[in-house]
Every structure is written in C-alpha cells, then in structure tokens.
Write a protein that binds this ligand. Structure first.
Ligand code: CTP
Ligand SMILES: C[C@](O)(CO)[C@H](O)COP(=O)(O)O
Length: 233
C-alpha cells in the first residue's frame, strides 16, 4: 500500500523581524501571498495526500477565505491555530494530522520549494525515518562564546545550513515532540533537533537549494521578487 504523506505548513508566526504591518507570510510577492507558493507546491505534488495549514487565531478566517478558498487549495484539509513558539505550532499541526505515515514540516515563508526537493526529502525519510534539507555552507562558520570571542572553526565541508521541509515518519516526530515537551524547549529552532535528541534513528541530510530562502527581513523580500521573476523568464 502507498504511504500516506501529510504536509504541515507553518504560518502562525508574528514576523517581528520583518517590521511590516501585514504579517510576513501574507505579504505579497508577484501579486500572491508568500504562503501561497509553498501551498501550491504541496498541492501539485501527487504524493502529498493532505495539508494542514497552521496560523494564529486572528488569521484563521483570512487563511480559509483569502487563501484556501480563493486559490482552490483542495488538499488543505484543516486550518488550525498554532502556538506562541514555532514548536508549539508544529505540535498543533501534528495533533491535527490524523492517520498518516510521513509528515513534511515546512515554513510557510519559504516559497521556493520544488517537487524535486519534496521527493529527495521523502526518499531520505524512507531511508532512516527522518530527513532534513539543507545546503553546504558557502561561508566559513565560527563558533563564538557569550562574549563573542571565537572558540572554534569547524571544518567547512561538514557545515550545512538547514532549511525546510523536514520530513519524518509520523510516529517518530510525534514521539520526539511529546518527550521534548516534558522538559524545557528554549533554543529549539527546528524539528530535527528533537529527533536527534529523543529519536532512535539517524537524521539524513539531502540537498535543498540555495534559492530556498527563509523570508525573514525586508532584504529577503527583495531577493524573493528577483528569484521569482528569474524563474518566470
Ligand atoms: N509561533 C510560531 C512561530 C513561527 N511560526 C512559523 O515558523 C516559520 C519560521 O519562523 P520565523 O521565520 O522565525 O517566523 P516568525 O516567528 O514569524 O518571525 P520573527 O521571529 O521575526 O517574529 C514561519 O513560517 C512562521 O510563520 C509559527 O508557525 N508559529
Ligand atoms: C526551521 C528553520 O527554518 C531551519 O532553518 C529555522 O531554524 C527556523 O528558525 P526561526 O528562528 O523560526 O526563524
């Protein structure tokens, strides 16, 4: 039987670093809200069965009417309320998944995912149970102490900058979140970290793309416009 795959698309953040009036996930690039692009990629991928869109309480109606209905996203099964931190929103998404085999966890503010990336990530998760996408670091990376003095320069060839989607066997990521939630969660910035700590499987790294940027500040928005125009040429 074919595996069931669910995508959790996160759009419950406040976007404080963007400093815009509209929450960044709903700002437009090339006339469409940022979150549209990720949803569209999951919608078009035949191996994705359903999508859970996670947003803040004040944006549920907006997401339902102005995104899901307006653009006809038939795979978006539920729009659910997220939480204060990213990991709370992921957990809300996990609870809403229903029966599924694999779950993609994706930042709704990373619009440039492709079918290839989704496939590579699923293949990786099938191999071990957990897979993240990322790219080798182009910069040399330094570890610094609290006073900002350099303490170490790790070998660059082993440094990868991690992106989303991150794909997991559902039982593995659900259990990792549940175990982590019994303790302190500060400093948890992605889901793989929880599997690294609480899961009993290896996490596979596969290539995402250098275009798969996370729109965090205003400069990223300008870059995103340029990438999108380039892709349309
Ligand atoms: N409580 C939260 C926090 C973040 N996110 C989502 O997680 C992704 C990555 O988060 P980030 O870029 O940090 O977004 P924000 O938290 O919105 O940004 P900021 O930290 O600048 O406020 C985004 O899709 C964001 O909407 C979420 O669903 N719930
Ligand atoms: C999950 C993530 O996108 C991987 O790069 C990133 O860690 C999210 O970080 P943020 O602190 O929520 O911006």
């Amino acid at each position: 039987m074919k595996d069931r795959c669910t995508a959790i698309v996160l759009a419950a953040g406040q976007g404080q670093r963007m400093k815009s009036k509209v929450k960044k996930q709903f700002l437009s690039i090339a006339g469409k809200p940022i979150v549209y692009y990720a949803l569209q990629c999951f919608e078009k991928a035949s191996f994705i069965n359903n999508v859970i869109l996670v947003t803040s309480e004040d944006c549920v109606d907006y997401c339902q009417k102005k995104i899901v209905e307006k653009y006809g996203f038939r795979k978006v099964e539920k729009v659910v309320v997220g939480g204060k931190e990213r990991y709370d929103s992921v957990y809300a998404g996990l609870l809403a998944c229903g029966e599924t085999d694999y779950v993609y966890i994706h930042d709704g503010i990373r619009p440039f995912i492709t079918r290839d990336i989704l496939e590579r990530a699923l293949d990786g998760a099938r191999e071990t149970g957990a897979c993240v996408v990322g790219m080798p670091s182009k910069d040399t990376v330094k570890i610094v102490d609290k006073e900002q003095f350099v303490t170490k320069t790790p070998k660059r060839s082993r440094m990868w900058a991690v992106q989303t989607p991150q794909v997991f066997r559902y039982s593995i990521i659900r259990q990792a979140h549940e175990k982590a939630r019994l303790g302190r969660m500060d400093g948890v910035t992605d889901d793989s970290m929880l599997v690294e700590k609480y899961g009993d499987c290896k996490v596979k790294m596969v290539e995402g793309s250098y275009e798969n940027l996370k729109i965090t500040t205003m400069e990223d928005l300008f870059v995103a416009e340029v990438i999108l125009r380039g892709n349309e040429l």
